[in-house]
Design a protein around this ligand. Sequence first.
Ligand code: GLN
Length: 202
Amino acid sequence: KPVIGVLALQGDVREHAALLERAGAEPRPVRRPGELDGLHGLVLPGGESTTMSRLLETFELLEPLRGRIAGGLPVYGSCAGMILLARQVLDGRPDQRQLDGLDVIVRRNAFGRQVDSFEADLDFAGLEGPAVHAVFIRAPWVEKAGDGVEILARVPDAAGAGDAAARIVAIRQGPVLATAFHPELTGDERVHQLFVRMVRDA
Ligand code: GLN
């Protein structure tokens, strides 16, 4: 079984761990640098990216984690996790630090100007079965993606999303996966299954 860490500084750690287990992985909470050892993959849950960035520094996890990601560790970031993985953040705090795992610019709280949270059914490239029912909570969107970034899902027009329609909300770049929404809240395990497959293939 692949051992997949869940960054446990903040956010919906338990829900991610439950879905990883159902997807055939062995989840392990990560709070200390030493707990990065022996991981085959890592999940960065949603929460508050500015707080998580500060906690990563306090717990001396920021640099080791950047190093592991640069070295090819498969990582999945949801919402605040997507923000942390981006190389650049718009509307972030000045002291917010990045893990540089994705060649993207994300806009923080992007949908918040219209609605704080909403739900939408997404066509998600590579996932079988019905549309993915996605829950967005003060979510970011991907404002700009580099050439090496695969776009997996966008907000559909049908969601009544107005200006937010067609915004990029799920991406993959090599072993790094990110969604602006929270599959751990709906219990749809397909995104976690995709990530576990990525970890096995890595
Ligand atoms: N708005 C949050 C941030 O800036 C992300 C919200 C979430 O993870 N649900 O980090």
